[in-house]
Ligand binder design. Structure first.
Ligand code: FMN
Length: 412
């Protein structure tokens, strides 16, 4: 959890003193904490205590010109991985359930794009009151997470439910919440089935030098691999695209690493591990010239030079047998004959989970073209898709991979 950022809203409850210890426990685990103190909260703990323990300025006012100039309230609501309310007063829960935004804390709760974890704390009659019950029900339905409250002796002398969870219980709930994707998509936004996942895609050809000016290449354009990287990013994944020399632009929202040779591509892929998914769409040269030539080869009386070829590293097989093997390893098979037979053999030989096979005979126009006809070959069988534009193949493939991941995890 090192490096995770928590926005802690401290409400006006008697348990506010525990939020000071909570800050320490979170920071011990490498998280940074930015605190927001309600006006009532400041009756219980001082901004100075919170500032000293968080090591950061404490935010209290919605209408503060100086604070807005430093960090606006919208930015403040987004600049965290998780929002935590501790103590969450009956009043804060009521405001959040109603969507009120009449002070800094309630405005942040309405404006944030991150999950909110509430640790309620109140007198048992306040907690059991039908109004609070309704509010909690509404907030759960809206996606708010809750930890506690527990049963116990209260500061007011009564006994029952309403006691705020202990700091370490809240820390455990924070850690659990941070394991998933904590970003809330905009209502009506496209689903992001790969949110929180890391995907590595290779794309394009590789260039294997013959001498300083000549190289061995192939006709791969990178259009399919780049479209897959872009589709994965649109599905919410963090994407590293390792691209050979291509003329297509780097996709938006993707970290693109440019390489030339197969060996450089392998190095970049290994550096990008670990990942949840690997899609090897690049047309990696099987061979390279064995002996490195420093000077340009010249015509001469001895006739054409013979290029002694040696095998390149097998990137797909290396990733599939890697100590940091991604949960899903997908290869591409570009064939000109017996497409499915060769893909099935490749699936076994390379120990991957899925082969996307396509016919790259010149007549198909696939290499460098804008459309593709693919067959998905796995242990489960062969699925043939109709001819589609490459971006559509990419989107369908990403949806298929997301479904495979979720099925795998659901069944585990
Ligand atoms: C001594 C004292 C203790 C309080 N403790 C709580 C409490 O534990 N939980 C709660 O919901 N409200 C409690 N309140 C009431 C809140 O402070 C009050 O509703 C306030 O408006 C909450 O503001 P806030 O939600 O903006 O922090 C307490 C009030 C006082 C005077």
């Amino acid at each position: 959890m090192t490096g995770k950022r928590i926005l802690l809203i401290v409400g006006g409850g008697i348990a506010a003193y525990k939020s000071l210890d909570l800050v320490r426990r979170l920071r011990e685990r490498g998280m940074s904490v930015r605190a927001v103190l309600t006006q009532a909260g400041a009756e219980f703990v001082t901004p100075l205590s919170l500032a000293s323990l968080t090591g950061q300025e404490v935010h209290q006012e919605l209408f503060s010109l100086t604070a807005e100039a430093r960090m606006g309230h919208i930015e403040l609501s987004r600049d965290a991985d998780l929002v935590v309310i501790a103590p969450a007063t009956a009043d804060l829960l009521a405001k959040a359930a109603q969507g009120l935004a009449n002070d800094l804390a309630s405005t942040l709760l309405l404006a944030t794009d991150k999950r909110v974890l509430a640790a309620p704390s109140m007198n048992l009659r306040m907690w059991l009151h039908p109004a609070t019950r309704r509010n909690v029900e509404t907030l759960r339905g809206d996606g708010m997470l809750f930890v506690g409250p527990g049963d116990g002796a209260m500061a007011c002398g009564e006994f029952g439910p309403g006691r705020m969870s202990e700091p370490l219980e809240i820390v455990a709930a924070v850690e659990a919440a941070l394991k998933g994707d904590t970003t809330i998509p905009l209502p009506g936004a496209k689903p992001r089935p790969l949110a929180g996942r890391r995907v590595i895609v290779t794309s394009g050809p590789t260039h294997e030098p013959i001498d300083p000016v000549r190289y061995i290449a192939n006709r791969s354009s990178g259009k399919q691999g780049h479209a897959i990287a872009e589709a994965a990013a649109q599905a919410g994944a963090e994407v590293v695209l390792v691209s050979g020399p291509v003329t297509v632009p780097d996709p938006a929202g993707v970290k693109t690493v440019h390489v030339e040779t197969a060996r450089e591509m392998l190095q970049a892929v290994e550096a990008a591990l670990p990942a949840d998914v690997y899609v090897g769409a690049a047309a990696v040269a099987d061979w390279r010239v064995g002996s490195e030539v420093v000077e340009k080869l010249k015509k001469g009386p001895s006739g054409p030079p013979s290029l002694g070829l040696v095998e390149n590293p097998d990137i797909l097989a290396t990733v599939a047998r890697h100590a940091k093997r991604p949960g899903l390893v997908v290869g591409f098979a570009a064939e000109t004959q017996k497409v499915i037979d060769h893909a099935q053999a490749k699936l076994m030989r390379k120990a991957c989970d899925l082969i996307v096979a396509n016919d790259v005979s010149p007549a198909t126009g696939v290499m460098g073209g804008d459309a593709n006809t693919v067959h998905l070959v796995s242990k489960a069988g062969v699925e043939t898709w109709p001819t589609l534009p490459k971006p559509e193949v990419a989107q369908k493939l990403i949806a298929h991979l997301a479904a495979l991941i979720h099925a795998k995890e659901g069944g585990a």
